[in-house]
Design a protein around this ligand. Structure first.
Ligand SMILES: [Fe+2]
Length: 207
């Protein structure tokens, strides 16, 4: 059963400070999350149909699904919000929204970078809560720990070392974060913000 596919047509190219080779290798890992997600959906279905839904093995597969499927989803958002050469001036509503919370865009940015510098492996995600309109930066550990159900993803930044090891040393995560911020597709961030403020869902990929 193939429900999910890696959208190769959207793979970022020509980023500044993040090499195509780095993106290619990262994309291969991402394709693994997509393939494992499809495989686990099928395995769980077969186990249910085989009467194994109450088994410890089924529970183990279910937990594995969270890692693989959340891994796929955070990478969908990550790759979709990367593009070289998009000026942050286009993100008017996003900037206004984060300035309400953090005092300024720069204040938000400092906190987002600090979120990305959290020790451990994970993703920094800036969310908007459609119930309150509040924006907040969260650290998502190991793909699946710390998600905010129902919140809208505005920006997703992978800070696993596999996201930058070909271009930077493990101790240079800060340099990678600066490179990531120089390649944010602010058009996508602005569209996600507009949708979130209108309480409309955003597709993970612009289609
Ligand atoms: Fe990753």
């Amino acid at each position: 059963m193939t429900i999910y596919t890696a959208r190769t047509e959207f793979k970022p190219k020509g980023l500044v400070g993040i090499s195509d080779k780095q993106v290619d290798e990262h994309w291969k890992l991402y394709e693994g999350y997509v393939n494992q997600t499809n495989a686990l959906i099928e395995q769980l279905k077969e186990m249910r149909e085989g009467g194994e839904a109450g088994s410890p093995l089924y529970a183990d597969r279910r937990r594995r699904q969270a890692f693989e499927m959340c891994g796929m989803l955070v990478h969908d958002y990550y790759f979709a919000n990367l593009k070289a050469g998009v000026d942050d001036a286009v993100a008017k509503q996003f900037k206004a929204k984060v300035a309400e919370k953090y005092g300024s865009f720069e204040g938000w940015l400092a906190d987002f970078k600090a979120t990305g510098a959290t020790r451990g492996v994970g993703h920094a995600i800036c969310y908007l809560d459609p119930m309150t309109g509040d924006v907040n930066n969260h650290f998502i550990e190991m793909h699946s720990e710390g998600h905010m159900p129902g919140f809208h993803v505005l920006l997703s930044m992978d800070v696993w070392e596999h996201a930058f090891l070909l271009d930077y040393l493990p101790s240079e995560r800060g340099k990678y974060i600066d490179a990531f911020m120089a390649n944010v597709n602010w058009d996508v961030v602005e569209e996600r913000t507009e949708n979130a403020l209108a309480r409309k869902a955003s597709l993970r990929w612009a289609v």
